[in-house]
Design a protein around this ligand. Structure first.
Ligand code: FE2
Ligand code: FE2
Length: 389
């Protein structure tokens, strides 16, 4: 089922708007090219090609340290054929009880996956060089981007099989908003997009699958169940992994200037190697020219103190009766500190509480344990001043 675009006979760059008009050389160059490509099918095809080449070792460098990196566009190029509407003007998708509702659900899923392609390449282009991320970071998000392109491709093909196409219906115009809000902070981007949103997808996908199945569309149900769902677990895992890495990184690799000198490979460590390092330094010891990251980090002692002082202690249960919202006593100190930072960043950058019920099993498979997210579900009760017993 996996489409492959890595065919040497194919034109490498068929669209886009490069300044140099030179073919992409580094993975970041590829990411910029893909973000500048409006056609969603071509965007997915180029992404598959770039990821395949990167993961095979055919693209030597993640970025070129000898020249300034171009910033990615604030908003990636998108096809004008897809009419965008503000969320408030979107029709309800329904619950899949009619063919029309299932088509609207499928169209919405394809739209989300297309944005996920842009989101994956944006994190590579926006943060990879500036934050001196190691190769493992580029590997992970190239894989995520390739997956998202595959998801878009199979869903848009399914739309065509059903006599429709991507762009036949209006689409939600708010999907890039949270990306914009986190465009200055890799910590915030990882937390909000690649942990919170990806995990939310895991929560709702089983219901979506059962709606297609109940409506008699077994083929779409199988696409979601067999291809998309298991890969979304790995996307959440990548977010958690790199958030943890940033919190524990102790080698002074945070940027003091941009672009960065060096060999373009940062410290050459994989995330696993970095996580194995025995010298975790928490964020208060980390220097960074990312002011917003610094702001969050500066604010952490008080946030940690808030938690420690029991800001959320009064609300011990989430709505569906999940376990008490406190960190397990068996969690080691480093992990506990990382989780505290995560809570601070999500409270700062994600609007509203996390919504239970959670898909605890899938989240756990992604390394996203309840201690990371359960306390954030209580926020609603705290904000609204009502304690759910
Ligand atoms: Fe996806
Ligand atoms: Fe995903």
């Amino acid at each position: 089922m996996e489409p492959t675009a890595d065919d040497a006979s194919e034109p490498i760059v068929a669209s886009g708007d490069t300044e140099s008009q030179e073919p992409p050389k580094t993975l970041v160059d590829w990411a910029l090219e893909i973000l500048s490509t409006a056609d969603p099918d071509e965007k997915a095809r180029l992404g598959d090609l770039a990821a395949s080449r990167w993961l095979r070792g055919d693209i030597p460098l993640p970025y070129d340290p000898s020249r300034p990196a171009r910033p990615p566009p604030d908003r990636p190029a998108r096809s004008a054929d897809v009419r965008l509407l503000p969320p408030s003007r979107m029709h309800k998708l329904g619950k899949g009880g009619s063919a029309q509702s299932r088509l609207a659900m499928l169209h919405s899923l394809a739209h989300t996956e297309s944005w996920a392609v842009d989101l994956s390449w944006d994190i590579v282009a926006r943060f990879g060089a500036g934050m001196r991320m190691p190769r493992g970071f580029f590997d992970d998000f190239a894989r995520v981007a390739q997956d998202e392109g595959r998801h878009y491709t199979v869903l848009s093909a399914r739309l065509r099989e059903l006599g429709s196409h991507y762009g036949a219906l209006p689409a939600h115009d708010g999907l890039w908003d949270s990306a914009m809000r986190t465009s200055h902070s890799l910590l915030a981007r990882l937390a909000v997009e690649h942990c919170v949103h990806e995990a939310r997808g895991l929560d709702v996908l089983p219901t979506t699958i059962s709606r297609f199945r109940a409506g008699g569309d077994e083929q779409t149900a199988r696409l979601l169940e067999d291809i998309i769902y298991p890969e979304e677990v790995t996307h959440c895992a990548a977010g958690v992994r790199w958030f943890r890495y940033l919190c524990l990184r102790s080698d002074g690799n945070h940027p003091t200037s941009y672009p960065v000198p060096g060999d373009g490979t940062a410290d050459g460590k994989t995330a696993r190697e970095a996580e194995d390092e025995p010298t975790p330094i928490l964020s208060k010891d980390v220097s960074s020219d990312d002011k917003m990251v610094q702001q969050v980090e500066d604010d952490l002692p008080s946030r940690i103190a808030e938690d420690a002082n029991g800001q959320v202690k009064a609300t011990e249960h989430v709505e569906d009766g999940l376990a008490k919202c406190k960190l397990d006593e068996n969690i080691d100190k480093d992990e506990e500190a990382v989780i505290r930072i995560f809570h601070g960043v999500v409270r700062e950058y994600f609007r509203g509480p996390l919504k239970p019920p959670f898909n605890t099993e899938a989240r756990k498979a992604a390394g996203f344990e309840p201690a990371w997210y359960e306390p954030l579900a209580v926020k609603e009760a705290c904000i609204e001043g009502e304690i759910i017993e």
